[in-house]
Design a binder for this molecule. Structure first.
Ligand code: SER
Length: 888
């Protein structure tokens, strides 16, 4: 038997051998198309390559693409488990030509691979063509030699394939395999075509057009080829079984659920085992590609699929959560082809276990309610919408789960009644909000949120993507369109832009369209905590509600923000380790250039504390452990050791970030609740540097820090300053500290010596560079000494004058010391003269000349000063003259 894994490999090797580039499967979330919920065909990742917007990976390519058909145009959810070929998750094998080969070679390749390489009996193959496609008809005759009755012309959309309401499309040709007349069913196009005998295995699409939103079709730049073969179907053919669920992969998954539940997949329980196997694949692969369960958008589709499977696990009598225990079997089967599944295994298991434990709390009660409500119903009856809504709202039953639960009894649900009940609840929420006195300018956002639901944030896993414009707002009111020069706020159905919240600044980037719209978004906000809004002025082009726009986050800025945000978590943990468990986060600001982190602590951090905290954070950065994100209920998160912000309002579910190495208790270095964006591994932070520590208020400290390139620049700047000091003082940078300390000491010593020298000079001793000194003279019969001294410390004036008095015996001395242009002035009168001369009034005479005010002291010694140091000599002269005057 050829295993599914061998078939996948064989397909890719065949086309690689024929010159095709082998392209790995794209993630299930299509960031290049806002109208699609999940990748639902192998060509989706190449959509823009077909239309000419993007460069294809090569002229031809081949892939095995993961696909999910649940929600959106191609939705197979309801049939899964009850038919032989419906799946929510499947793999599509495809070969693609981007303007290289067209119909002939596409048919040639398909025929060669199926009949020559794989040896499938040509007699069992039938082809269909679009009814007008004579060319394809002739090619099937020529290449495959198929008789005319086995080339069937189909006039319906079955043979005109389109990706969605818009996008590449074209006529197609399908290859059918006849499983044999023991199975009921007729060939395609026959009245009994829906029977299971003839199964479509490969669809060759001759891509020629692009379906436009207005209904018209434009030609693609060049005719191209998109083919798609369901791996599960071809595996069934090659393994000689009719039912996809009887192939090796499903056998293994079903064997695992049989062994864990002890219930055989016989007729009564077959559907449950199949639903579980299928849903295990879609939920695991979705989580591996970054979708996590939530109550909105893609996350809700994931949750719906999970809960359906969980009800079936319950039907099989599973007493404990089952799904997560099946993940190892899935990884064994598919992990080699899809390494992302292996990487995500812990996250997938943990999320499934938590979701199932949580849902089991209400599942049984809900089922009881459902049994009671339907006890007296007969086949064909409908459950009332109110009850279905109660099951949804109170017991967490997605609508389709209720439908599925009633299916085996032939009962249905009143959808209109359910919708009406939902509407009623929304209206009540609206009335409550209106009465809450919220600011009027957020009313527009409330209306939009109610209409559009939350913005789907794709930015945890991607930094660019497409979005559909669902609203434009200007001056608090909705508008339909805007053009160049106008400032608008744009809301799209999904966006990779993080809206400012939780201390993390909003993303910046560009919004554009191929038609010429250009907007640079400087910031993204998050009104009502649910909508991500991009505000800016339109630089070029125009925008209208309904447009598809390309959203591109400024990646470098985002990376800086990520590094800073992750560093706050490490810092928080390091502070608690060093200072104690009383340290809790009191706020933070995570911008791209820097971050600050406020925390409770009663006193300033010592230099040693700061150094130790910084070293510890850097050590965690160097360990470079992967950062792990999980989704939990707030209670479970706190139990798992997560640090929560006290007083914050958390939703039903929280993201839990684990960072750094594992401690002895098995917990990560840091575990926190956080909705922000983070690095993949701590090494991405680079360097961490604390640049300040200060007080915010009593008991709250603030650390400001830098990471990565900003930290490096900061350090380089310091290093440059050090080098320039080293050059100036002619020392090696290592010795700067010692040398500067020595220079400071030397300077102190020199200053002291200089002061002493000046004092000596003022006293008339010493020699050398003297100032203008007037020697003693006889003025009006008394000995007068007046001198101006540069640089003499004012506090030395008195001692200089005391010495002057002593040496004079009897007389008057005036001294003016000039420092930095300012003058200190003092006058001394020997005791024998104080009845005739007053030092205070003499000082005042001088002070006035010096532009100062007052001056004081005693009759024998007084002091003052003034700003006009250049008038020092005049002040001395004025005192001398006043002596003459008073003697006259
Ligand atoms: N796009 C086509 C399909 O999905 C062929 O790949 O069927």
């Amino acid at each position: 038997m050829t295993s599914t894994n061998d078939i996948r490999r064989g397909f890719l090797e065949y086309f690689a051998g024929a010159g095709h580039v082998e392209v790995p499967s794209a993630p299930l979330v299509p960031y290049n198309d806002p109208t699609l919920m999940f990748v639902n065909a192998g060509m989706v990742p190449f959509k823009n390559a077909f239309t000419g917007l993007e460069k294809p990976p090569g002229p031809t390519a081949a892939s095995s693409q993961k696909c999910v058909r649940a929600g959106g145009k191609h939705n197979d959810l309801d049939n899964v488990g009850y038919t032989a070929r419906h799946h929510t998750f499947f793999e599509m094998l495809g070969n693609f030509s981007f303007g290289d080969y067209f119909k002939e070679q596409a048919i040639q390749h398909a025929w060669t691979l199926l009949t020559k390489e794989w040896g499938i009996d040509a007699g069992r193959l039938t082809a269909t063509v679009y009814h007008t496609d004579d060319e394809a008809f002739d090619l099937w005759r020529k290449i495959a030699g198929l008789p005319e009755e086995r080339i069937i012309r189909i006039p319906t959309s079955d043979n005109f394939w389109s990706m969605g309401d818009t996008g590449p499309c074209g006529p197609c040709s399908e290859i059918f395999y006849d499983h044999g007349d023991h199975i009921d069913g007729g060939p395609p196009g026959s009245p009994n075509e829906d029977g299971d005998r003839f199964v479509e295995i490969w669809n060759l699409v001759f891509m020629q057009f692009e379906q436009q939103a207005d209904g018209s079709r434009a030609d693609l730049p060049r005719p191209s080829i998109d083919t798609g073969m369901g791996l599960e179907r071809i595996a069934a053919v090659m393994q000689g079984v009719h039912d996809n669920y009887d192939t090796d992969t499903f056998n293994e998954l079903i064997a695992a659920s049989e062994s864990l539940t002890g219930v055989r997949a016989d007729s009564d329980h077959q559907a449950s085992h199949r639903v579980i196997a299928d849903h295990l694949r879609s939920t695991s692969f979705l989580m591996a590609d970054g979708v996590l369960p939530s109550n909105e958008g893609r996350g809700y589709v994931l949750r719906r699929i999970m809960r359906r499977a969980m009800r079936h696990a319950h039907l099989l009598g599973a007493a404990e959560p089952l799904m997560y225990r099946l993940v190892p079997a899935l990884v064994t089967e598919m992990g080699q082809a899809y390494p992302e599944l292996v990487r995500a295994q812990p996250l997938v298991e943990e999320t499934l276990e938590r979701e199932e434990s949580q849902f089991r709390r209400t599942l049984e009660k809900g089922l009881r309610l459902l049994d009671d409500a339907t006890a007296s119903m007969n086949e064909g009856d409908k459950l009332d919408g109110e009850t279905a809504f109660q099951l949804y709202d109170t017991y967490g039953f997605p609508y389709d789960l209720t439908e599925d639960a009633l299916r085996s009894r032939g009962l249905d649900v009143d959808r209109a009644g359910f919708d009406a009940a939902m509407e009623k609840q929304k209206a009540a929420a609206r009335a409550a909000w209106k009465g809450s006195g919220e600011a009027a300018d957020s009313e527009v956002w409330f209306d939009i949120a109610e209409r559009e639901g939350a913005t789907e944030f794709t930015g945890y896993t991607s930094t660019s993507g497409e979005g559909t414009v669902v609203a434009l707002v200007r001056d608090g009111a909705e508008i339909a369109s805007a053009s160049e020069g106008e400032t608008v706020t744009i809301l799209t159905n999904q966006t990779p832009f993080y809206g400012e919240s939780g201390g993390q600044t909003g993303d910046a980037g560009t919004v554009s369209t191929p038609e010429g719209l250009q907007i640079s978004v400087k910031d993204t906000s998050k009104p009502l905590g649910r909508l991500h809004t991009h505000s800016s002025t339109i630089e070029a082009g125009s925008i209208a509600v309904g447009d598809t726009v390309h959203l591109e986050v400024d990646i470098e800025r985002r990376d800086r923000i990520r590094a800073n945000h992750s560093a706050t978590h490490l810092l928080h943990a390091a502070l608690r380790n060093r200072l104690g468990g009383h340290v809790t986060q009191k706020g933070s600001l995570v911008a791209d250039e820097r971050f600050r982190f406020d925390f409770s602590h009663p006193k300033p951090l010592s230099d040693e504390d700061i150094a130790a905290v910084e070293a510890e954070v850097n050590a965690e950065i160097r360990r470079n452990e992967q950062v792990v994100t999980r989704l939990m209920s707030p209670d479970d998160a706190v139990e798992a050791g997560a640090l929560a912000l006290f007083g914050e309002k958390y939703g039903e579910e929280v993201r839990v970030l684990s960072m750094g190495g594992l401690g002895e208790d098995g917990r990560s270095y840091s575990v926190e609740l956080c909705g922000g964006t983070h690095v993949k591994a701590t090494g991405d932070i680079g360097i961490f540097r604390i640049v300040s520590e200060s007080a915010v208020s009593s008991g709250v400290r603030r650390i400001e820090a830098l990471t990565g390139e900003a930290a490096r620049k900061w350090l380089v700047c310091r290093e440059d300053a050090l080098k320039s000091i080293a050059t100036t003082i002619k020392a090696a940078p290592d010795e700067v500290g010692e040398r500067v300390a020595a220079l400071v000491d030397e300077r102190k010593r020199l200053e002291k010596e200089l002061a002493e020298a000046r004092r000596q000079l003022a006293l008339g001793g010493g020699g050398g560079a003297t100032d203008e000194v007037s020697t003693s003279e006889d003025v009006a019969g008394v000995t007068f000494s007046g001198q101006v001294v540069q640089g003499l410390n004012p506090k030395d004036l008195r001692s200089v004058l005391d010495e002057a008095k002593q040496s004079m015996g009897s007389g008057i001395a005036a001294i003016c010391a000039v420092n930095d242009g300012k003058a200190a002035f003092a006058v001394a009168v020997t005791d024998d003269l104080t009845d005739k001369f007053d030092a205070v009034s003499l000082v005042r005479t001088g002070v006035e000349i010096l532009g100062g005010k007052g001056g004081g002291g005693r009759a024998d010694m007084a002091q003052g000063g003034g700003p006009d140091g250049e008038k020092a000599q005049d002040a001395i002269v004025a005192v001398r003259e006043s002596l003459i005057e008073s003697a006259a």
